[in-house]
Design a protein around this ligand. Sequence first.
Ligand code: AP5
Ligand code: ZN
Length: 214
Amino acid sequence: MRIILLGAPGAGKGTQAQFLMGKFGIPQISTGDMLRSAIKEGSDLGLAAKRVMDEGKLVSDDIIIGLVKERITREDCEDGFLLDGFPRTIPQADAMKEAGIVIDHVIEFDVPDDVIVERMSGRRVHPSSGRVYHVSHNPPKTEGKDDVTGEDLIIRDDDKEETVRHRLSVYHQQTKPLVDYYAEEADEGNCAYHKMDGTKPVDQVSEELDELLS
Ligand code: AP5
Ligand code: ZN
């Protein structure tokens, strides 16, 4: 099963990726998480990406396409994968198509901007696993700690309100066109396209996904 999770920053891609990984036993490929690990390692890629990400802009298509192409050739992707945060521009989607990578399902999470801004202010993450929490909508069992490892949760550097608003405008300009792109792909029979109401509670969105993909 090859799935693309599409939606604005904070729409719930990472949250539902955790559910879908458990359901299908396929890996989550989050380009944002890959870039954040590169920053932590202090690699050249990390150094270049940090400035761009802190401003809420997009990292260059060439770098991202290279990262994803390398990642999906690994053994754990044999039975499929979940793309979270990729593709995010038309050239990224075209590159995948040109590489002959077939997608089964594209899932769009629809959430209005004002809901997103509120969500991001309460987000807490466990960087090494990708698990995502929210102080009130999806709280950890112990405040500030990951449920599985007990390690500290952190606030992402790009979750400042001003950066979130910039990320939203970048989303509307550069990523939203992918909604029409994949709707057209679905019309041509190349994939299935599903639009979900991402404002429903986390468990309800997971239940709807479960039904949709069973
Ligand atoms: P990335 O890490 O991909 O960030 P994003 O797309 O902006 O998305 P987020 O991770 O912020 O949100 P999400 O949809 O995963 O929501 P989440 O589940 O966490 O990218 C970061 C940066 O990296 C980019 O800005 C760019 O610079 C660069 N980058 C990455 N990919 C790139 C690419 N392909 N090309 C170029 N540059 C790239 O949920 C958010 C919060 O809401 C959480 O607190 C959660 O608990 C809560 N929540 C989730 N669902 C619900 C719900 N149903 N109800 C209530 N609360 C909910
Ligand atoms: Zn995410």
